[in-house]
Design a protein around this ligand. Structure first.
Ligand code: SF4
Length: 326
């Protein structure tokens, strides 16, 4: 690890000023950043600790939703009674992620900003456009079992590793930020993470000096909430495919449905055309297949991850069968 200085931010203004400085990184739980520093993927000259910022509350909002502070730990969020009762898909997604020790440290804001788990991004001896723009992409012709099948580019085929973000996508969360001038901004979660395009090193809509203060959840929509994660082992592994679903169905008929996917793209993936196939439709195999076909219409694999296409179809089918069973 390279030498760095350490400082503590006692205010949002200090944190935002630090975030705008080249070579400075903010550290909260550090569950991803410290690994990256040990591997010299990240080599900040200064770390600014934001663990003392007053952003650790979960509050009711006037419209009946919740505001989650950026420093709320993943374990605390998963266990919170309002989350468990009204946003079960979020609680389940959080508990499907990482290990208990990591969830105790990881924060809401940090979870949204975690980097891809592409093997080549973590190996500084390999070309990687995300780590060194213009150097190439070792995953394109390499071992790409965990990589994306949707929204890829010639420059990067990495996936976003967050389970929490997939649940937030199906819940239509909004990310609240502030910059060094005290200007606040609200970013729909759909627009927060970017597709790689020709700048895979730019992963979110955050601007320099802009920091996450909270995430708001609107009131939950009606229906059963499910999070299903398919992975190579039962715990402490990232999703090959995950599905977050909220489905309102009675007597074998789907009234409304929302479905978001993890493990498939550089961001949580959700398509309105697929959800339209489920709306006001019979809960049967042909309906589920039509919805899956819409999700996968532009999907393509890179050899090692071709299996994700049928796996996505089967996982969606299993989730929809579960939530519409009467
Ligand atoms: Fe780097 Fe993206 Fe290619 Fe992985 S997929 S090696 S992160 S450019």
């Amino acid at each position: 690890m390279k030498a760095f200085t350490y400082a503590r931010a006692d205010s949002l203004a200090q944190a935002a000023a630090a975030a705008a400085k080249p070579g400075t990184k903010l550290i909260a739980g550090g569950t991803n950043l410290l690994d990256l520093m040990k591997l010299q993927v990240e080599t900040p000259s200064e770390l600014v600790d934001i663990n003392h910022l007053p952003l650790d509350k979960i509050e009711d909002t006037p419209d009946g939703g919740l505001r989650i502070g950026a420093m709320v730990r993943n374990s605390d969020l998963a266990a919170e009674s309002r989350i468990r009762q009204r946003y079960g898909v979020l609680s389940r997604a959080l508990l499907a992620g990482a290990s208990a020790q990591l969830r105790n440290k990881a924060t809401t804001g940090g979870n949204l900003l975690q980097r891809t788990r592409c093997y080549y991004f973590y190996d500084v001896t390999k070309p990687c456009n995300k780590r060194v723009p213009g150097s190439g992409c070792a995953a394109l012709g390499g071992f790409n079992r965990i990589h994306a099948i949707l929204g890829t580019s010639d420059h990067c085929i990495a996936t976003n590793p967050s389970d929490m973000a997939v649940a937030m996508r199906v819940l239509d969360a909004k990310v609240e930020t502030v910059n060094g001038n005290g200007e606040a901004r609200e970013i729909p979660i759909a627009d927060f993470h970017r597709l790689p395009g020709n700048t895979p090193q730019i992963e979110t809509a955050l601007k320099p000096g802009e920091i996450i203060t909270s995430v708001t959840l609107p009131p939950p929509p009606p229906g059963l909430q499910v999070y299903r994660k398919v992975r190579d082992r039962a715990s402490y592994a990232f999703a090959l495919v995950s599905v977050a679903a909220i489905v309102d169905a009675t007597a074998g008929r789907i009234r409304s449905a929302r479905v978001a996917f993890g493990g498939l793209a550089h961001k949580p993936w959700r398509t309105s055309r697929s959800e339209q196939k489920l709306m006001d439709s019979p809960a049967m195999t042909s309906t589920f297949d039509a919805a899956a076909s819409e999700v996968l219409v532009e999907a393509h694999g890179f050899g090692g991850n071709d299996f994700k296409i049928p796996l996505t179809r089967r996982t969606l089918h299993a989730v929809l069968s579960e939530v519409t069973r009467t």
